[in-house]
Design a protein. Structure first.
Length: 510
């Protein structure tokens, strides 16, 4: 299917796919801002994300056709690096670009009923403009081969996200302090990152990540490089909601417009983790003396702590959004644990779970968005009995829930199984016990929700049967079916994750 869709794109257009994937939403964003009404801006967002999705498919097909681990290099404006900005596409970021584009396209379709209910009419066109800017930034982070350009795209997506979160104030005034907290933490993270990039530039004289990787090989003891490493690690850790740097995330997810919560949960932290992996394994490399201790003594403990502490926090939440928010931090812990193993199997499992978690949380937050529209609430009490009054919506929610737990024949099971195998291969049997314990906690906090939905009487018996709007149900069920498909036929996504990991270990036998 990937090759078929790619073959339909003319060769002269496909040659510029790396640029078009980012440029299309970037140029359509200001046009959306000046649309006379929100509906036209919504249609424009579907077109923009649809173009990016097609270009992501083209790039994936092109990368898969290359043998020997080579990468696609695209010089923006014809200016070769270091004079110009290079986009570098390999197996790792082609997978991330496909994920962001798929979620972005489905989110654009699903968004209209949610935006109509939660965003004032006068602000809807600007809302979609901000969404396209955010989408542009995320795609840019995953495409660029320039460290400073990555910072620029990171800030583009972040600034747009602050606006999107704040626009939830029309529904809940708590969205304003949530946006302010997000702004503060995001600014700190971006500042740490750009300071780190500055240290690397001072030490090496280049910002191109491929060239940085070459020059850093002989600079392992350089204090500027060590300082740059530390700043970049912390900065991207904040962006990725790495425990204990995750404090911005629960309120941002809980009080944002439903569409924003869904999009952020499925993409933002995933792209930040991609950037962290890119610097850890490509720019610095495993030979970098400071990195080995970082993976074992910092990244792995942070992942373990997130899996346990945030799972416990999720158990005691009464608002389902906050439950899923803390669960997201715990799931980031699974990804970090896999990455910290520093083998192809471990990194592959971490990236596999990254993709699956996007599918899971996309489905869960889409279903919640439908419930917000229909029943105006996201507490456990609000969801009682909705399995009978909105069976299609809540069945899709249940599929996402059991996938999050890791029930066999779901996407979540496949990636957790891959992680457990990688841990056993590496001799970390004790970490397998932690994974099992965290999964049991997921049974508790997701089980409470499912029990209320399907086995409790409605709080208000007079609630009439009302499903989520069709524009929500269609992309919701696409994601729900994707969770089952990956659970039954996970070879495609697992293969993408394995190729992504192998691209980081070229020449390594791990």
């Amino acid at each position: 299917m990937i090759e078929l869709i790619s073959s339909l794109v003319p060769a002269d257009i496909a040659a510029h796919a790396p640029a078009l994937l980012v440029v299309a939403p970037m140029f359509l964003a200001p046009i959306a801002a000046f649309m006379p009404n929100g509906r036209l801006a919504w249609l424009l967002s579907i077109i923009a994300t649809g173009v990016s999705l097609i270009m992501a498919i083209v790039l994936l097909a092109q990368v898969r056709s290359i043998e020997g681990g080579a990468v696609l290099s695209y010089a923006m404006g014809g200016w070769a690096p270091d004079a110009g900005i290079e986009f570098r596409i390999d197996a790792l970021n082609s997978m991330v670009l496909l994920l962001v584009s798929v979620i972005g396209f489905l989110a654009a379709i699903f968004s209209w009923p949610s935006v109509v209910a939660e965003v004032r009419d006068a602000k809807r066109a600007m809302f979609y403009a901000a969404y396209l800017v955010c989408f542009t930034g995320l795609c840019g982070v995953a495409s660029t081969g320039d460290a400073f350009n990555l910072f620029v795209f990171l800030e583009i997506s972040s600034i747009a996200t602050y606006v999107l979160v704040a626009l939830g104030a029309s529904r809940d005034r708590r969205a304003l302090p949530a946006a302010a907290n997000y702004l503060l933490m995001g600014t700190i993270g971006a500042s740490f990152f750009v300071v780190g990039v500055g240290f690397l530039y001072a030490a090496t004289g280049t910002l191109n990540m491929a060239e940085l990787a070459v020059r850093l090989q002989d600079m392992q003891g350089n204090k500027a490089v060590l300082a740059g490493y530390a700043f970049i690690f912390v900065g991207l850790g904040i962006k990725a909601a790495m425990f204990p740097l995750h404090q911005w995330l629960p309120n941002a997810y809980a009080y944002s417009p439903s569409f924003v919560t869904m999009f952020l949960a499925a993409t933002a932290t995933k792209v930040a983790i991609y950037a962290l992996v890119r610097f850890l394994f490509t720019v610095f490399g495993l030979e970098f003396a400071f990195e080995g201790s970082t993976l074992i003594w910092i990244l792995m403990p942070m992942g373990i702590a997130a899996m346990i502490a945030c799972s416990f926090q999720a158990v005691f939440q009464t608002d389902v959004r906050r439950t899923l928010a803390y669960s997201s931090v715990a799931q980031v812990g699974y990804m970090l644990l896999g990455i910290s193993i520093a083998t192809t199997a471990g990194v592959s499992a971490g990236m596999f779970h990254l993709v699956n978690h996007a599918l899971i949380k996309g489905a869960l937050f889409m279903a919640l968005a439908g419930m917000v529209l229909s029943y105006q609430g996201t507490s456990l009490n609000d969801l009682k009995g909705l399995g009978r009054s909105a069976p299609w919506t809540m069945t899709a929610f249940a599929i996402g829930a059991v996938s999050l737990i890791g029930v066999p024949l779901t996407a979540g099971f496949q990636s957790k199984f891959a992680l457990v195998n990688a841990l056993f291969e590496h001799g970390w049997w004790w970490a397998v016990a932690v994974v099992m314990f965290s999964s049991l906690l997921a049974v508790v906090y997701m089980g409470r929700i499912l029990e209320a939905v399907f086995f409790r009487a409605p709080s208000n018996p007079n609630k009439r049967r009302k499903e989520a709007p069709l524009l929500i149900l269609i992309p919701l069920w696409i994601l729900a079916i994707a969770n089952i498909w990956v659970g039954v036929q996970g070879g495609f996504v697992a293969g993408l994750a394995e190729d992504a990991a192998m691209s980081l270990f070229i020449g390594d036998v791990s």
